[in-house]
Design a protein around this ligand. Structure first.
Ligand SMILES: Nc1cc(-c2cccs2)n[nH]1
Length: 235
């Protein structure tokens, strides 16, 4: 998978050189490009924002640097329009569709993802409209709260998507028994010692009875989901 990120804080993504995603890049599973939006400006101050038409507080990101940067990324995508879906451009936004595990799974099968990190009061709407003339565009929200910029949201999405790409996580079985993988919250986990500060591991987990352990874990998942996230059980 090729991932391109457009941001005014490219150094924010230096962390993608380490850990699982760093190994995936060294293994050639993920190819990453980070683009500084200011490199597409033409003025001495490398200006990327301006006051909003119609008034209002804050600043809006200018369309020109975005158009120039995305032109470069999308033109470099060699996908054959007749045979491949082409790049998907994702903009984090509080006004977007909510990011879920099933969306992460869906996006992990894409050939080329482009993430556009907005800041300030947002990006000029014409950037979304112009980009949509030559690529698929989705606005995606991490949840109903407001961040200062898209970088944190993009980092979270790249981690959630990247770990589902075959070869990134060493033991793919570890991806199955996790919260949200089967639509439920995960069961509680325990490891040695069997007793700690007077707290004992549930005996069933020490029984070696795999059917009983699976049944106990399923019941724990259902009970925890009913208690903490009843919305996940709605049809
Ligand atoms: N879910 C979500 C996204 C955001 C963003 C703020 C600025 C760019 S993207 N806030 N909340």
């Amino acid at each position: 998978m090729r991932i391109d990120i457009v941001t005014i804080f490219p150094e924010f993504f230096d962390v993608l050189d380490i850990s699982l995603l760093g190994k995936a890049r060294q293994a050639g599973i993920i190819d990453l490009g980070v683009h500084n939006l200011r490199d597409a400006t033409t003025d001495r101050h490398r200006t990327v924002d301006d006051t909003p038409y119609g008034g209002g507080a804050g600043m809006v990101m200018k369309p020109e640097p975005w158009g120039k940067t995305l032109d470069g990324i999308l033109s470099a995508d060699g996908s054959d329009a007749d045979h491949e879906k082409g790049p998907l451009v994702i903009f984090p936004s509080p006004a977007g569709e909510v990011f879920t595990q099933s969306m992460a799974r869906e996006l992990s099968t894409e050939e080329h993802l482009v993430f556009g990190c907005g800041r300030y009061e947002g990006i000029d709407q014409r950037v979304f409209d112009d980009t949509a003339t030559r690529a698929r565009v989705r606005l995606v929200s991490l949840g109903d709260y407001v961040l200062n910029g898209g970088e944190v949201a993009v980092m979270a999405m790249i981690e959630a998507i990247g770990r589902l790409i075959p070869g990134v996580v060493g033991n793919p079985h570890s991806l199955v028994e996790e919260s949200h993988e089967d639509g439920l919250l995960e069961a509680p986990s325990y490891t040695k010692p069997a007793s700690w500060r007077g707290l004992d591991v549930p005996p069933v987990l020490l029984s070696g009875n795999h059917a009983a352990i699976a049944a106990w874990r399923r019941e724990q998942q259902l009970e925890r989901t009913r208690r903490v996230r009843p919305d996940l059980l709605q049809p």
